[in-house]
Design a protein around this ligand. Structure first.
Ligand code: OGA
Ligand code: NI
Length: 359
């Protein structure tokens, strides 16, 4: 694979890190959102039936404990579309080393990062800024490096070779999260009343895309976002954040912060899970805010079924006897999603909406 800066977009490229390093005291107009889309400074404190869910995964092999965990997962998925997990089995040191590799990568000189720059969403490894720098009308205050990660030996040689510890440290973390997602998928399937080994091969052999995000300090955080509202395309996403900033849209259509849980990981449902569950679970719409004083990092592990695997509603969850809903979604593959985002502005139209079957 070539390591050349790719495509015409490179000449007009400014990273959020560059702006931060220049010490700008205003954000450029290109980053300013229309007033209705700006983050609220006053957060809603909506009353829910349930508190924001934090699920303790310790002893999940224990049968009665597992039953409880699956109930908590079901409630969280129905009410919020996400939950946080603690005692998830991933070592603190693996997490810290991955975060250190991320920080060192973004601290590299601009030109070195630009060797991995691409606007092409099909590239297996790419450095970029905003959501889709080639299409975004309003930029968001984020730089990222994204790379496929599973199975690791297929991809790791394409990852950044600098900082020298990047491949090893990010690789360890990626493998640990892939193991965790296998467990989580079993439990989520079980919570839907499916066999825990449902689509086992496709889950184990699916795709894992790591999005390593850097949100530099921003002089005017009330005018812009770190990432625009979206839902993730895949089955589940496992997200690690170094400070709060992640927000989700609740059932009343209000934005709420996902609090930082020390040592915790956020598990979000993606579009494939909404489709597979025939809408019993919904993918969570989320965004990230930025802040004035400190960089924020996140490592986002986006899991999905294999690139060309078509995912439709599980036949066990589609009904003709009126106990369950009729089929509500058309099937889609990850490749079809990529095609959609390279041709459309996802801040204007959701991919998932194109799959809904209107009755
Ligand atoms: C993403 C994402 C949010 C965050 O990368 O898909 O939603 O907090 N990131 O970084
Ligand atoms: Ni996301």
């Amino acid at each position: 694979m070539d390591n050349q800066a790719n495509s015409s977009g490179a000449s007009s490229f400014t990273s959020a890190m560059n702006l931060d390093q220049q010490g700008v005291s205003f954000i450029p107009q290109r980053y300013v959102l229309p007033p209705s889309q700006r983050p609220n400074i006053i957060h809603h404190h909506d009353e829910h039936v349930l508190p924001l869910p934090i699920i303790d995964l310790s002893n999940f092999h224990d049968q009665s404990r597992r039953y409880q965990i699956i109930n908590e997962i079901r409630n969280a998925c129905k009410e919020f579309g996400f939950f946080q997990v603690i005692n998830h089995g991933i070592d603190e040191s693996a997490i810290n080393e991955a975060l250190k590799a991320a920080e060192e990568f973004f601290n590299l000189p601009h030109d070195e990062k630009m060797c991995l720059f691409s606007d092409d969403v099909h590239k297996p490894v790419r450095y970029g800024t905003s959501l889709n720098h080639a299409r975004d009308e309003v930029f968001c205050w984020r730089d990222f490096i994204k790379h496929y990660s599973h199975p690791l030996p297929d991809w790791i040689h394409l990852w950044p070779s600098n900082p020298p510890s990047y491949r090893k440290n990010m690789g360890n973390y990626a493998e640990a999260v892939q193991g965790l997602q296998n467990k989580l998928m079993e439990m989520i399937f079980e919570s839907l009343g499916l066999n825990p080994s449902y689509l086992e091969e496709e889950v184990n052999g699916g795709s894992q895309l790591l999005a390593v995000n850097c949100y530099p300090a921003c002089p005017e955080p009330e005018l812009t976002l770190g990432i625009h509202p979206h839902s993730d395309y895949g089955s589940i996403t496992v997200l690690l954040q170094t400070r709060s900033g992640l927000e989700f849209k609740n059932k009343n259509n209000n934005w709420e912060a996902v609090p930082l849980v020390e040592g915790g990981l956020v598990v979000q449902l993606g579009d494939q899970m909404e489709v597979l569950s025939n809408g019993v679970y919904k993918s969570v719409i989320h965004r990230a805010t930025v802040n004035v004083d400190k960089k924020r990092f996140s490592i986002v592990s986006l899991h999905s079924f294999a690139m060309d695997k078509k995912i439709g509603p599980a036949k066990e969850l589609v009904d003709d006897n009126h106990h369950q809903l009729p089929k509500c979604y058309n099937e889609f593959s990850f490749r079809e999603f990529l095609q959609f985002i390279s041709n459309n502005d996802i801040t204007k139209e959701r991919f998932l909406d194109t799959l809904k079957i209107m009755k």
